[in-house]
Write a protein that binds this ligand. Structure first.
Ligand code: ADP
Ligand code: ZN
Ligand code: MG
Length: 608
């Protein structure tokens, strides 16, 4: 219609004006410069900040959201024209320029995405959990049409522009002879192809309502966007909402929504999800000054659970974590503290783990079997309906930069038993299977629990005999605790009273520090604190380590070999203890706390 015609012209002109005339706050022509840079760098995408477009012409910006196909096509033409006039030789080498839009004013929560957004430009955020290998998609098809009357001839399809979406149907009629009968044959070698990849974006664990499964959506990446993100990455996607026939239902009336990406960004700042305001910061700083801050934090971990003070302390230290380091020759030393609890059934292991996952930034609670086929690390999986292989990230990759609470770790899959060594020490997951080769990040703290192999923990047997995990995995834990459920009238009465108070909801069982504030406190410490060892603390740790080694050499059959691993663990624990008070130095007190916990661990595992 006429109205549409007018708007089309308007878009082209307004977008041209925007590129040529937009000035940022400092007065410089931001997009003229970006365009120049694009040419000198040999790129073909111009990235536009949505907010700039909105400031320049809010009608155009709104039209972009409503009718992105049309506006982006025009915008791409504008870029092409400008490049043609400014660098004609370069323009000839590039078939298609892209205008990519970043940072829309709001994101659509994954579980709100419905058909009302069809054909619209949206922004979504989530974790990339799955990628397919790179394929080639036809964007301009070459068909061969043969009929009795006219013989055979070739034509391009679609006649104008490129294919939108990813379904290529048989053309309704031949643009050359006008006939719709005869045979139409696609000629892939003569068609124009671009790189194509499907990924799956999943809600971030912290956004999933309690007790529900995370939702996910497919996103199609094309051309330069392909392979720019890896499973486990947190990304934001700007793209157009499209539909395709449901592959399972096979009924033409059922469709799936998916996103055709226009732009994706990998989130760099690991802890940016927890928002800390100025006021929060003041409250955090004030809390840290409390001389009892360590006790108050520990008391705030699972307050409904009676006792288990050392375990709660270990969980607290793991939540804060030590300081990761890179040696001069580029070797990474992890800062993450891994904690394992081995214990009799019904000793609150699961409760402790669930609580830890809830207050940890980027916390995930899962079981050894894993919530998905990808398990704890990662897997190459074959899709039952399409037969296609894809790479899917498991829990330790999804919790990259955060904490994975793994319950019943002794039940993990055999593939994970192999891969978890690398994940816990080098903090990566490597996979090579069915043509997919990848190395994913797993800079994740593991807080795990396991049940004893014989149902109950047998005190007369060594730790390694009591749990169905190889020594090589056990040795990657900084601290291991053993929880035994033994009747003890006095303790039993205290536990009963505590549990009853929880049920009566008295003041006594309220957490010392509100969980929301504690989560912010932890994020803040993880983000900003990098405490350094003082000489005094170093000396204490050194002496204790030498003493441990001496004792273990007297008892060579001991359950845990004392190696430099324990030394690194002590340093991490002391650093985490300093972080808990937001200290920039690791003091004597911090070293003593680390030593105390290490002693508890060694004694309980029969090492003393
Ligand atoms: P596990 O995972 O060790 O088998 P659970 O975490 O499932 O044990 O705990 C079983 C139940 O017993 C939970 O409801 C838990 O709250 C309760 N419970 C066990 N130990 C304690 C404790 N020390 N204080 C309070 N409740 C406890
Ligand atoms: Zn024809
Ligand atoms: Mg349990």
């Amino acid at each position: 219609t006429n109205i549409e015609r007018e708007e089309v012209i308007d878009v082209h002109e307004r977008f041209y004006e925007f590129i040529r005339g937009f000035r940022d706050r400092s007065g410089s022509y931001k997009y003229r410069e970006r365009l120049k840079q694009m040419i000198t760098m040999g790129q073909k995408s111009l990235i536009v900040d949505y907010n700039d477009l909105y400031l320049f012409d809010n009608r155009l910006a709104r039209l972009l959201i409503d009718r992105p196909d049309e506006v982006l096509r025009q915008a791409s033409n504008v870029v092409k024209e400008i490049v043609e006039s400014e660098a004609p030789e370069y323009a000839e080498t590039v078939e298609h320029f892209y205008v990519r839009i970043r940072a829309l004013p709001r994101t659509v929560p994954l579980r709100r995405l419905r058909s009302e957004y069809l054909g619209k430009l949206v922004m979504l955020e989530g974790i990339l959990v799955r990628t397919t290998p790179v394929k080639e998609k036809v964007v301009k098809a070459k068909f061969m049409h043969c009929t009795r009357e006219h013989g055979c001839h070739k034509f391009d399809w679609p006649p104008e522009g490129e294919l939108i979406g990813d379904v290529l149907e048989r053309p309704p009629a031949c643009p050359v002879c006008g006939s719709s009968s005869g045979t139409f044959r696609l000629l892939p070698e003569e068609s124009k192809l671009i790189d194509w990849q499907r990924i799956v974006l999943q809600e971030r664990p912290e956004e999933v309502p309690p007790g529900q499964l995370p939702r996910s959506i497919e996103v199609v990446l094309q051309d330069e966007l392909v392979d720019t993100a890896r499973p486990g990455d947190r990304i934001s996607v700007v793209g157009i909402v499209r539909v395709r026939p449901d592959s399972v239902a096979k009924k033409k009336a059922i469709y799936d929504l998916y996103i055709e990406a226009n732009h994706i960004e990998v989130s760099q700042k690991i802890l940016e999800e927890v928002v800390i305001t100025r006021e929060d910061e003041e409250r955090i700083r004030a809390l840290a000054k409390d001389p009892w801050i360590h006790k108050r934090i520990i008391a705030s971990i699972a307050p409904a659970i009676y006792g288990h003070w050392e375990i709660k302390e270990a969980i607290a230290l793991a939540l804060f974590g030590g300081v990761p380091k890179v040696t001069e020759d580029g070797v990474r030393i992890r800062g993450d503290i891994h904690v394992l609890i081995v214990g009799d059934p019904g000793t609150a292991k699961s409760q402790l783990l669930q609580y830890a996952a809830r207050i940890a930034p980027r916390g995930i609670y899962t079981t050894g079997k894993g919530a998905t086929a990808a398990g704890l690390t990662a897997a190459v999986i074959r899709d039952k309906t399409t037969g296609e292989y894809y790479l899917e990230a498991g829990a330790l990759v999804l919790a990259d930069g955060g904490v994975a609470a793994i319950d019943e770790i002794d039940k993990m899959r055999d593939e994970d038993r192999v891969a978890i060594h690398e994940a816990m020490e080098q903090q990566t997951v490597s996979i090579a299977k069915a043509g997919i080769v990848a190395k994913l990040n797993a800079r994740t703290t593991v807080i795990a629990a396991g049940n004893p192999k014989f149902g109950r923990y047998l005190a007369n047997r060594a730790l390694a005999d009591n749990i169905n995990l190889p020594i090589t995995i056990l040795s990657r834990f900084d601290l291991i605790f053993i929880l035994r459920d033994q009747p003890n009238p006095e303790e039993d009465r205290k536990l009963a009273r505590h549990v009853l108070e929880v049920h009566r909801e008295t003041e006594k069982t309220k957490p010392e520090i509100d969980p929301t504030l504690l989560k912010k406190y932890i994020s803040y410490a993880r983000r900003y604190m990098r405490p350094r060892l003082t000489l005094e603390a170093s000396k204490l740790i050194e002496d204790f380590y030498v003493e441990m080694r001496r004792m273990s050499s007297e008892n060579p059959e001991g359950p845990i070999a004392i190696t430099a691993r324990q030394l690194e663990a002590l340093i991490r624990l002391a650093e985490a203890h300093a972080k808990m008070a937001l200290r920039s130095e690791v003091t004597r007190e911090d070293a003593e706390a680390a030593i105390r916990l290490m002693k508890t661990f060694l004694e309980s595992s029969g090492m003393d």
